[in-house]
Design a protein around this ligand. Structure first.
Ligand SMILES: Cc1cc2nc3c(=O)[nH]c(=O)nc-3n(C[C@H](O)[C@H](O)[C@H](O)COP(=O)(O)OP(=O)(O)OC[C@H]3O[C@@H](n4cnc5c(N)ncnc54)[C@H](O)[C@@H]3O)c2cc1C
Length: 374
């Protein structure tokens, strides 16, 4: 006998869980996650920042609309703070000044920035080399607790009688008579009128299983390493420091430092593993831009950031399959935009008020990639 729900979500990452939690007050929601653990893939491998130094206007607008949730989550959502303040510093060499000016103008529409000279840059981040002489600082960056965020959404879902089925990899999806029938590898069956595809890097794979046209999702691998800071470094005051170009970011991490060479290596949807080249590149760029000597790499990991063709997320019903809802393409901003993306999904599915003024339904519609129904 198939288990029935009003809404079935494929994917127990931040996208699937936050949408499920947002919908669970009004509907019976079940989440199917292939892995035994929630957030095992991208959502558990990120740099966990909320900042404006990535993406474009739309991504910044989604980030801005999500911030109030992190600062004041709903009553009972989380037993721990969802994050803590961490300043964000974007630094530049003389020849990168124009790029910094352009970024300053863009971010200033969303956040209050301080313009820093060489002295200000080094006061905020003493680890940078002397050639970092220009900077912009956002003192209100947030470093998230991703487990608090994932668990909070799961708690909300369960409090509303929603369910998570872990170790439930979806292997077959078919539609008939207004109902989606879903089968897992373990042989369990589910049926639902509304199927949310929040399968992260696998979202196109899931669409193909369901006979729905894919949106052209491109997963890209990104690598992070951790290592010791120089003795005597005051880690508590360090910012999340990023080059103005996409070369390097680093920040304090559990008594050490982490760094990423901001790699974007095309990948199949898979359990991403760090490659020696990007690991070495992270250490090399860290030594090139800072006074830190990366003597020993303590840990390393990689995860996938999955992009649609225009690098904006896709949220909306598929134009070619009734009841099939896309929630994919969260790129490198899926945690920091998850609260508003969940509300957008809930609005499109339940007909509740559209929750964000400066982003339109059309900008997020999956129809922009797959065209209208034939
Ligand atoms: C190195 C790195 C740094 C990042 N830094 C940041 C940052 O600072 N800030 C930020 O906001 N974002 C950051 N991101 C991006 C962020 O992690 C992602 O945008 C976000 O996690 C995507 O969430 P998701 O739920 O779509 O994907 P996932 O977390 O990957 O979840 C998708 C889930 O679907 C499941 N699934 C797939 N197929 C099936 C199936 N057939 N059946 C059942 N389940 C299935 C998978 O097992 C997976 O758990 C970073 C990412 C990386 C890799």
């Amino acid at each position: 006998m198939a288990q029935t729900s009003d809404i079935l979500v494929i994917g127990g990452g931040i996208a699937g869980l936050s949408a499920a939690a947002a919908l669970s007050a009004q509907a019976r929601v079940t989440v199917l996650e292939a892995e035994e653990q929630i957030g095992f893939h991208s959502s558990g491998r990120s740099a966990t920042m909320v900042h404006y130094a990535l993406g474009d206007r739309l991504v910044r607008a989604l980030t801005q609309a999500s911030r109030p949730f992190f600062e004041a989550p709903p009553e009972g959502f989380s037993t721990v703070p969802l994050g803590h303040r961490m300043p964000v510093l974007v630094h530049a060499r003389e020849e990168e000044r124009e790029a910094l000016d352009a970024l300053d103008a863009e971010i200033s529409q969303f956040a209050q920035l301080e313009r820093l000279d060489a002295r200000g840059v080094h006061e905020l981040c003493p680890l940078l080399r002397d050639d970092a002489i220009h900077g912009i600082a956002d003192r209100n960056g947030i470093r998230l607790d991703p487990h608090g965020l994932l668990q909070g959404n799961l708690r909300l879902l369960r409090n509303n009688a929603g369910e998570l089925h872990a170790g439930a990899k979806v292997t077959a999806v078919e539609q008939g008579g207004g109902t989606w029938k879903v089968q897992t590898e373990a042989g369990d069956s589910y049926s639902t009128p509304i199927l949310i595809n929040a399968a992260g890097a696998w979202a196109d794979v899931v669409a193909q299983l369901a006979g729905v046209r894919p949106i052209g999702l491109a997963p890209r691998r990104r690598t992070i390493i951790t290592f010791d800071a120089p003795p005597g470094t005051d880690l508590a005051d360090l910012p999340f420091a990023k080059t103005v170009g996409d070369e390097l970011y680093f920040a304090p991490e559990s008594g050490r430092l982490f760094a990423s060479p901001m790699d974007e290596v095309p990948s199949e949807p898979t359990d991403a593993q760090p490659d020696e080249y990007e690991v070495a590149l992270a250490a090399h760029r860290m030594e090139e831009r800072t006074i830190v000597k990366v003597e020993r790499i303590h840990s390393r990991w990689a995860g996938l950031r999955s992009f649609t063709p225009d690098h904006h997320p896709a949220a909306g019903f598929a134009p070619d399959a009734e009841g099939f809802f896309w929630l994919a393409g969260q790129g490198g901003f899926g945690l920091q935009t998850s609260p508003i993306m969940a509300r957008i999904a809930a609005s499109l599915i339940t007909g509740s008020a559209w929750p964000i003024d400066n982003v339109s339904e059309a900008e997020l519609s999956p129809g922009r990639f797959v065209g209208q129904a034939a």
